[in-house]
Design a protein around this ligand. Structure first.
Ligand code: HC1
Ligand code: SF4
Length: 575
């Protein structure tokens, strides 16, 4: 440790701390705009400047290390003036349509402008108008609200190794865009949305589809049903100011019902169904010399990444549709029949932690009912769903806890853990273990594949069958793993890949958290903890125990991997 003074107060901090980290330890939040821990430490925005005794000028606290005896002032007149000036400069070219901006209330620039009382315009002059890029199905970029912090660029590059956005041109003309000013739709963007959750302002956001959902709900000829993903129950509360990781399952159901959905179901139901199909596929490939490793297919950002960058692995991908799509497929076949409703009148809305789900629902070969009827009509993000709840005036915190509807609302703990990296793997292992051993095993925890590390490996021997598995999250990690497999440095039987670091709990459609939170709290760990907590407390924890899934096979699909199951629940990929 080293001894320093912050604003005159003595403090002992770990020796490799930055000033920003040290101040936090003293309960002082130094504002930042560009800094994101482990991703973007470029000291460029100059908002985090502080006074260090003896230094020639103000220093950027996000990258400046502490040393013994250092005396720091975080709020001197000089510091405040510098920060205010920086904000004025940023605002001089900023499109200040804050009233209805999608990030109003959660914008980091808005908060600082308010705190620093930046209301005069000292800098006026030339301004460049950029067209809003609305080419992609999942999101838009509005450079009139961009502050050039480069957090999006770093997320796309460092977390995802996709690297399709960057700073174009120089000086005053600098702006964020794709290479050669291509539209986002024309580059290898995988729709993950990690750039959106990294953005401090309203420059990046999902394409809001809530109007289409309101319209469907208002249409008496439509039977509108909703399916929230496994992770939504542990993140939706954040949009209403609740602590990170709060489980709001019951209130989420109550809110959906009060929005006017005709059925409030659960993607967890079809996550269990996915396990039935995928575990069957795994055992079949193992027994019949099929293509291995089998790689999971539920994360559409990963699928697109694989199609773009690793076409030689397409045969390794599970042919299973994702749980989102399986839900829609079952809703518009089995459920439609059971209810006596024409599939074209059923409108399926999903609530996903993911922007790539918008892209996935529009993919080819995702129409079990045929006639161009999509399995899923609209895929909302957690943020869009929260927006609907707010507009409806529902006091979320005061809603009662309610239960999902039957039959597509039943699920097990195996489905819940889909929301965290390693969860799909563990869920599949729980079922494979029972199938291979032919018994009802009481031990269901496969803890080696839990946790937030980017690449996790384990070897299990089940009834004499050796299973080498890996769970990987974040596409930069996926790229590393697949390159190692190509090079013969690693080999497995079964791999789970999730596009977002930490899995769906940390998806690009989740509630945004400002850098002041992200830099000091591991969102993905807190959210995942809540997920495993729920799993632990559920009476049923294996997918094959789901009574509604059993009934679906008995009444309609016959058995996992049947011809009918393949017709409805499986899909194909394109290089
Ligand atoms: Fe996910 Fe999935 S868990 S992909 O990680 O397989 O998005 O939450 O809904 O489809 O079930 C996301 C989450 C989600 C699907 C499931
Ligand atoms: Fe990169 Fe994902 Fe953003 Fe596309 S959506 S630009 S892949 S971070």
């Amino acid at each position: 440790n080293v001894n320093i003074k912050i604003n005159g107060m003595p403090l002992s901090v770990p020796k490799d701390s930055t000033i920003l980290e040290a101040a936090r330890q003293a309960g002082i939040e130094i504002p930042t705009l560009c800094y994101l821990k482990d991703i973007n430490a470029i000291g460029a925005c100059r908002i985090c400047v502080v006074d260090v005794k003896g230094a020639r000028s103000l220093v950027a606290s996000c990258v400046y290390p502490v040393n013994e005896g250092m005396e720091i002032t975080t709020n001197s007149e000089k510091v405040q003036k510098a920060r205010k000036q920086t904000l004025e400069l940023i605002l001089s070219t900023h499109n200040k349509t804050c009233l209805s901006c999608v990030r109003s209330g959660s914008c980091e620039l808005q908060k600082l402008s308010n705190e620093y009382g930046v209301d005069e315009n000292h800098y006026t002059g030339e301004n460049i108008t950029y067209p809003v890029d609305r080419s992609a199905p999942h999101m838009y970029r509005d450079n009139s609200k961009c502050i050039l912090c480069r957090r999006c660029v770093a997320a796309c590059d460092k977390l995802q190794s996709v690297s399709v956005i960057g700073a174009n041109e120089r000086g005053f003309k600098t702006h964020i865009g794709c290479t050669f000013e291509n539209d986002l739709a024309d580059v290898a963007c995988v729709s993950c949305g990690q750039c959106i959750v990294a953005c401090p302002t309203g420059a990046l956001s999902e394409n809001d589809q809530t109007a289409e959902v309101w319209k469907a709900i208002a249409d008496p000829s439509k039977h509108v049903i909703v399916q929230p993903a496994p992770s939504i129950r542990v993140t939706l509360g954040e949009a209403f100011g609740m602590p990170v990781g709060t489980n709001v399952k019951g209130k989420m159901v109550a809110a959906a019902r009060r929005l006017g959905f005709d059925g409030v179901f659960d993607t967890d139901f079809s996550a269990d169904l996915t396990i039935m199909e995928e575990a069957t596929e795994l055992l079949e490939r193992l027994n019949n010399g099929g293509k291995l490793p089998l790689i999971t297919s539920c994360s559409p950002g990963w699928i697109k990444f694989c199609e773009h960058n690793f076409p030689d692995f397409l045969e390794n991908l599970s042919s299973c549709k994702s749980p989102q799509q399986m839900f829609g497929a079952v809703a518009k076949t089995y459920y439609a029949k059971k209810k006596g409703i024409d599939p074209k009148d059923i409108f399926v809305v999903s609530v996903m932690p993911c922007t790539a789900k918008k892209f996935e629902s529009g993919r080819d070969d995702q129409s079990a009912a045929g006639n161009g009827i999509p399995d899923v009509d609209i895929a909302l993000t957690t943020r869009e769903f929260a927006r609907m709840i707010k507009r409806a005036g529902l006091n979320f915190a005061e809603l009662p806890d309610e239960e999902f509807d039957a039959p597509l609302g039943a699920s097990t703990g195996a489905a819940v853990i889909f929301g965290a990296t390693g969860g799909v793997m563990e869920a599949a292992l729980r079922t494979a273990n029972d199938v291979l051993t032919g018994k009802d095993n009481k031990a269901v925890d496969f803890t080696e594949v839990r946790g937030t590390e980017g690449i996790k490996e384990a070897t299990y021997t089940i009834a004499g069958t050796e299973l080498k598995v890996a769970a990987v999250s974040g596409l930069a990690n996926a790229r590393k793993l697949l390159n190692d497999i190509r090079a013969g440095k690693r080999s497995y039987h079964f791999i789970e890949v999730m596009a977002c670091p930490g899995g769906c709990v940390n998806g690009g459609g989740q509630p945004t958290q400002p850098a002041s939170v992200r830099n000091f709290v591991d969102l993905k760990a807190l959210r995942a903890k809540s997920i495993y907590e729920e799993d632990k407390n559920l009476p049923l924890r294996k997918s094959h125990e789901n009574p509604a899934v059993k009934a679906l096979y008995d009444e309609f699909l016959e058995k996992p991997g049947s011809h009918k199951a393949h017709e409805i629940l499986h899909t194909t990929y394109v290089a």
